[in-house]
Design a protein around this ligand. Structure first.
Ligand SMILES: *Cc1c(COP(=O)(O)O)cnc(C)c1O
Length: 379
């Protein structure tokens, strides 16, 4: 079938800087992991996010798997997380033989409902995994206090959170571990890519070993040991330096990318205020949160209304996808996870949420807006 989409949901922005760095990387002949561009990306993230311990990975999924290893998760352990998230948040835990425990989300930010965390804690609980949906931070002060009280680790799935803040601090730097994504669909991209942030230096040293196949190769290259060998569990989690070259250009352009997304987000937010009276919900940004315009979502009144809206937009060449199937209702979630509570709100919201096209050189925001408003005008 021919693709009739004229306005896609997402399109990455690639400039001459990306081409220049890619060519430089290819010509250098130094294209495996931890090369010069990887070092520059790492330094950029350290400076920009104000954090000492960052390693690039080939995906956020890899960074989450590393965090699970660094938390020493194993069979019998439990990790509390929202059901409304991408599969990798849970898979990283299940891969270690541990159990994801799915809990409810908040109706406003669609992040984990922090008031439901304590009731889900058992003697087996080892960590809380939070997701900052749409780059809007979860209630980190409350969550960190709960974790401290119960001796739990906090993993931030900050896949959507680059350039977003909570009380002025970068997402991914607040918990024990933070995982970023540079997947094609995120704000800043290298096709596939990610990073792991570790708050403390001891796990950070181990992270370096885990991503180098469990060897102390990184210490060897710094001249800290005279040969390198197998010292811990590990895998290959490094991105090629070619991807780091692409990523560096994107990181250097990240402020410009975020600003232009923000202009579109703000336009939608102002225009769709007209839908408040019809009970169509726009995003909520708590005052502690500096978001990054990663997603613009609307929550319709029913599944049926959403289905019709998506079809209507499609007929006008506009791609508007829904989002996660709640993990607790998925075959994998039922097999590997446990559910705490009925999660009615998660299911309800997942059936009514729709995301509108949002990318930095989207020049048809007026067309999208007009289409959405005209759909609701009749209802
Ligand atoms: C995109 C995303 C991931 C996965 O990121 P990859 O880099 O593709 O592995 C994980 N969690 C959330 C919440 C995401 O949005």
């Amino acid at each position: 079938m021919a693709d009739t989409t004229q306005i896609p949901f997402h399109r990455p922005t690639i400039s001459n800087l990306e081409r220049e760095y890619l060519l430089e990387s290819l010509q250098s002949g130094r294209i495996s992991g931890d090369g010069p561009f990887t070092k520059r990306c790492t330094a950029w993230l350290q400076a920009e996010l104000q954090v000492a311990n960052v390693v690039l990975t080939h995906s956020c999924t890899a960074a989450l798997e590393m965090a699970a290893l660094l938390c020493d998760l194993g069979p019998g352990d439990e990790v509390i997380m929202p059901s409304y998230t991408f599969v990798s948040t849970a898979n990283a835990v299940a891969l270690r033989g541990a159990t994801p425990v799915f809990i409810e989300i908040r109706a406003d930010t669609l992040n984990v409902d922090e008031s439901k965390i304590e009731a889900a804690i058992t003697p087996k609980t080892k960590a809380i995994s939070v997701v900052h949906y749409a780059g809007v931070a979860a209630e980190m002060d409350t969550i960190l206090a709960i974790a401290k009280r119960h001796g739990l680790r906090v993993i931030e799935d900050a896949a959507q959170g680059l350039m977003a803040t909570y009380k002025g601090r970068a997402l991914g730097t607040l918990g024990d571990f933070g995982a970023l994504s540079f997947h094609e669909t995120k704000n800043v991209v290298s096709g596939e890519g990610g990073a792991l942030i570790s708050r403390d230096t001891e796990p950070a040293a181990r992270a370096e070993i885990i991503r180098e196949k469990g060897t102390n190769r990184s210490q060897f290259f710094r001249g800290q040991v005279d040969k390198y060998t197998w010292v811990d569990l590990g895998s290959s989690y490094l991105p090629s330096d070619i991807l780091a070259a692409l990523l560096l250009a994107q990181l250097e352009r990240s402020k410009e990318i975020t600003l232009s997304r923000m202009a579109i987000w703000n336009f939608y937010q102002a225009e769709f205020a007209a839908l408040d009276s019809k009970d169509i919900r726009r995003p909520t940004i708590p005052k502690e949160c500096g978001h990054n315009a990663h997603i613009y979502q609307l929550i319709t009144r029913s599944l049926d209304e959403r289905t019709k809206l998506i079809e209507f937009l499609k007929s006008r060449g506009i791609q508007a996808p829904f989002h996660y199937v709640p993990l607790h209702t998925s075959p994998g979630g039922r097999r590997f996870g446990r559910t705490h509570g009925d999660l009615k709100q998660t299911v309800d919201i997942s059936e009514r949420l729709v995301r509108l096209p949002l990318f930095s050189n989207l020049d048809s925001k007026e067309i999208v807006t007009e289409a959405v408003l005209s759909f609701f005008a009749k209802r």
